[in-house]
Write a protein that binds this ligand. Structure first.
Ligand code: PTJ
Length: 253
């Protein structure tokens, strides 16, 4: 038994755990109610993917790790769904990639910003040299209206590589237009967000975030030339086609 009263061997374990975490996130004031809808959409794609990391997504996670290790100022963007689903794993990825975390919300309110920052601190941020940014909101993403444009000048504002799990399409495109390299994690291979990414990962954040961290640790001794070679051979278009094919094939294994 674990966090939920269901054994890990249960065939729907991951889906039940996800629902539990999102539900608890709403109760804690971390996740927005729209986050429940986003999760439902993600679950449908994950079901069709067979709730597994397909080989193309694993290759993408390795390319993402290489991109992060090559970055000068990597930042991991955390929203209400990510904070509820993978708080500890997001902090661990930041530690493995020597990145900061920025709380960056689509439906931004001060209460949610503070609740998410506190939740991340409870899961280890603030220690292990992982800074939490996002509360200063002293810069804007050009071309976006209202609250979702707010970023920290010394966080996403000046980052060269941003990991944006579950990003909305507009903001992913606006970040790309700022010249940032993006790692986008999204279960929908047709979303505009993955289309804007340097490295799109079509996988559940529950699996993808720890997987990127594992690859980053595995690659920590690699030379710049080796990391650059991993990135050069990664083909974003092929990764998206592989995910779409897996979903359309209807083969759940
Ligand atoms: O916390 P906030 O205010 O920043 O809001 C966050 C949400 C996610 C509500 C907001 O960004 C939003 O409305 O996003 P969208 O436009 O609904 O897009 C969410 C995308 O994430 C969809 O393409 C889903 O398929 C995908 N998705 C949902 N759950 C997961 C997922 N991808 C990976 N892992 C998941 N667990």
């Amino acid at each position: 038994m674990s966090e939920i009263d269901v054994p890990e061997s249960h065939p729907r374990y991951q889906s039940l755990l996800t629902r539990h975490r999102i539900d608890a996130g709403v109760d804690r004031g971390i996740t927005s109610r729209q986050g429940l809808i986003a999760e439902g959409r993600g679950e449908a794609f994950d079901y069709l993917l067979g709730e597994r990391t397909i080989p193309a997504a694993d290759d993408a996670a390795r390319a993402a790790a290489a991109l992060l290790l090559l970055a000068d100022r990597p930042v991991i963007s955390v929203n209400g769904n990510v904070a509820a689903l993978v708080p500890e794993e997001a902090v661990d990825l930041a530690a493995a990639a020597d990145a900061d975390i920025e709380v960056n919300l689509f439906n931004r309110t001060d209460d949610r910003m503070r609740a998410i920052a506190a939740h991340l601190r409870k899961h280890g941020a603030g220690e292990a040299d992982v800074e939490i940014r996002g509360l200063a909101a002293d810069a804007r993403i050009p071309g976006l209206d209202h609250e979702r444009a707010k970023v920290d000048a010394d966080g996403i504002g000046s980052a060269d590589v941003v990991v944006v799990p579950l990003e909305d399409g507009d903001r992913a495109e606006a970040l790309a237009a700022m010249g940032k390299s993006e790692v986008v994690i999204d279960l929908n291979p047709l979303s505009r967000s993955v289309g804007a990414a340097t490295v799109p990962i079509v996988d559940n954040v529950l699996r993808a975030v720890p997987n990127i961290a594992a690859h980053a640790r595995d690659l920590s001794g690699a030379s710049r030339a080796e990391l650059e070679a991993i990135l050069r051979t990664f083909d974003a278009e092929r990764a998206l086609t592989a995910a779409e094919d897996a979903i359309r094939s209807g083969n759940l294994n």
